[in-house]
Design a protein around this ligand. Sequence first.
Ligand code: ADP
Length: 267
Amino acid sequence: LRGAPRGLPPKRRIAHVDHVIAVSSAKGGVGKSTLAVNLALAFSRHNLRTGILDTDIFGPSVPTLLNLADASEPEVTNRGSLVPLQSYGLKSMSMGYLLPSEAAPVAWRGAMVQKALHQLLHEVDWSPKLDILVLDLPPGTGDVQLTIGQQVELSGAVIVSTPQDIALKDAVKGVGMFNQMKIPVLGLVQNMSVFVCPKCGEETRIFAHDHSGGEGKVQIQDMNIDLLGNIPLDPSICHDADAGKPTIVAEEASGMSVNTKYYESIA
Ligand code: ADP
């Protein structure tokens, strides 16, 4: 990973996009996709033209989260680019829109994955122009993440983790990967940090560890990383996601703002 490996094309901008922010986690199930979608919605609610690109080829979540799992296939422009789908004020693209779930790739060879990834990264028509494109990366530090980091101009990366010790040790790998690829790590989001009892309001720290590295920082081994925010473990976040109505949209509809503030402050 030292320097750009020979033979690789130089980093490319994603056409018609000003800033690309990658949302990454060391492992699955920590709430990365939920955060990516709500973060994108928070940007769009600040009048930024926002899109979300789901780069998880084997396990795309964005179609379900945006209630587009049954949407018809994206149109193709006369120049051969995919037209993003729209919902809740967001433009989005995902492998899930291109292949029906029964045709989902299970054991694709590297070349096929790279071809699909290239299409998602460079053959989507985000025009007229997006201010921000949020990339929902697959979990871990594998081929897809490396390809994106080496080939796409990213403005920065956000790492999502639970405060659980083991998850934070994993988070180090993610931070290391972005550092090596000279991509700014914007900071860490601790998801599922506290559980707020819906009956009595008492806060319980599920993963009782103090990672404080000073105000607004989190200490991961010897790395001092900006803490962008904490999001509580709240069954309603899970319920909203399952219902295809991300929390920001669900709370807009109900007029009750409980968790939106956490996503907004991170954005
Ligand atoms: P990942 O993208 O890291 O695999 P997901 O975003 O798919 O994770 O989230 C995993 C599960 O956790 C989903 O069922 C989601 O609804 C739920 N979830 C995510 N964040 C929270 C939260 N803060 N509180 C409660 N449930 C959450």
